[in-house]
Every structure is written in C-alpha cells, then in structure tokens.
Design a protein around this ligand. Structure first.
Ligand SMILES: Cc1cc2nc3c(=O)[nH]c(=O)nc-3n(C[C@H](O)[C@H](O)[C@H](O)COP(=O)(O)O)c2cc1C
Length: 180
C-alpha cells in the first residue's frame, strides 16, 4: 500500500516536466551557504528512473559554489490543488560529461540560451536592467543532478492527513508512515 505513494510521487515529478503548467515545473532548491540555508526557484528539467531530478543553471552562480563546498541540498515541490508537498533531500552533482551537457543544451530553447551567456557573473551589480551584455562565443551552461536519499510525501486531507517518509538504500526505497 505504501508503495502507491512513491509511485504517485514519481508520476507527479515526471509530469512536472512533461505537462505544461504542472505546479512541479518549478521547485524551491535549498543549498548551504556558509552554514546558512539559501533558497531559490528553479525549473525541473527531468526526472530520472532513480528519482534523481535535473535542473539547469549558470556554473558561476552562488548555488554552484555552495554545492562545491557542500553538496547536501533539498528540493521542495508543492501542488496547490492536491495540497501535496514533496520534500526531496539529497546530494547535488554537476554533470561534467561533454556529450551529456551537449544533449541537455540541445533541449534549451534558442531564446533562452542567452541566459547562460552573460559576460558578467550572475549577481554582479549593474546600473540599470538593460546593462547586461552577452557573449556570442561562450556559455556557462551547467546541468545539475540531485540524487535523493530521502523523499517525504505529505498530503493534507480529511479525515486524516498522510505523511510518508521514503528512504533510499542502494537502489531500493523503503517507506514508513509518519504522524503528519
Ligand atoms: C520562475 C523562476 C524560474 C527560475 N528558474 C531557474 C533555473 O532553472 N535555473 C537557475 O539557475 N535559476 C533559475 N531562476 C533564478 C533563481 O531563482 C535564482 O535567482 C538564480 O539562479 C540565482 O540564484 P543563486 O545566486 O542562489 O545561485 C528562476 C527564477 C524564477 C523566478
């Protein structure tokens, strides 16, 4: 019975990328910066068979520095209609294989590619919003994979809320119900 919640989680995470306007398309990613949490919204780009999730970023961003110093991270998804929250805790890993990077780069829309090509590092102060220049030669595109160690499912509903903690051991997942 408990396995059905893991399957539902998989379905929602896959749909987050596959279905337009699915609320899991965006998630909150938390990393650790100097011992403090730092969160931001990113786009879910892919969910793999082992529940790893992918997002794209610029390799010069703060989150990449955070991950290099401490790969522990958390991803939070929320589905407002289903009152469903999924909390993923795991390890972030930069994709470094050139062919894989090229494959993911291919999936980025032409108009969005410039987001990864600013001359100055993201976060650099500028005088006005138009004062951004882009490189025609270079990009800083960096796909990142989050490999989960736990996934927590929480659905608010009547008469009883439903909270399940799934933990990964090698390639197997075990689940236990928690007091919501
Ligand atoms: C709707 C939305 C989607 C976003 N998607 C991404 C994304 O996929 N990748 C990314 O690096 N930043 C994305 N951002 C910007 C981040 O939230 C963040 O501002 C930026 O990555 C810098 O974060 P950092 O300095 O903590 O690394 C998105 C922002 C919004 C509002």
């Amino acid at each position: 019975m408990i396995a059905q919640f893991l399957e539902e989680t998989r379905r929602e995470l896959v749909n987050g990328n596959a279905k337009k306007r699915h609320p899991f398309r965006y998630f909150t990613l938390a990393t650790i910066q100097n011992g403090q949490p730092r969160q931001r919204t990113v786009v879910l780009r892919k969910t793999l068979a082992d529940f790893s999730i992918l997002f794209y970023t610029d390799k010069r961003t703060q989150k990449i520095e955070d991950i290099a110093l401490s790969p522990a991270c958390s991803a939070l998804f929320y589905h407002p209609k289903k009152l469903l929250q999924i909390r993923v805790v795991g390890t972030a890993e930069l994709i470094t294989d050139k062919d894989q990077i090229a494959g993911y780069w291919h999936t980025v829309q032409e108009a969005s590619r410039k987001d990864y090509t600013t001359i100055n590092t993201p976060g650099t102060p500028i005088k006005n919003p138009d004062a951004v220049s882009y490189s025609a030669e270079e990009n800083y595109f960096c796909p990142v994979k989050i490999i989960p160690t736990t996934i927590e499912y929480l659905q608010l509903k009547r008469p009883n809320h439903l909270r399940v903690l799934f933990s990964r051991k090698d390639s197997d997942w075990s689940g236990e119900f928690l007091v919501p």
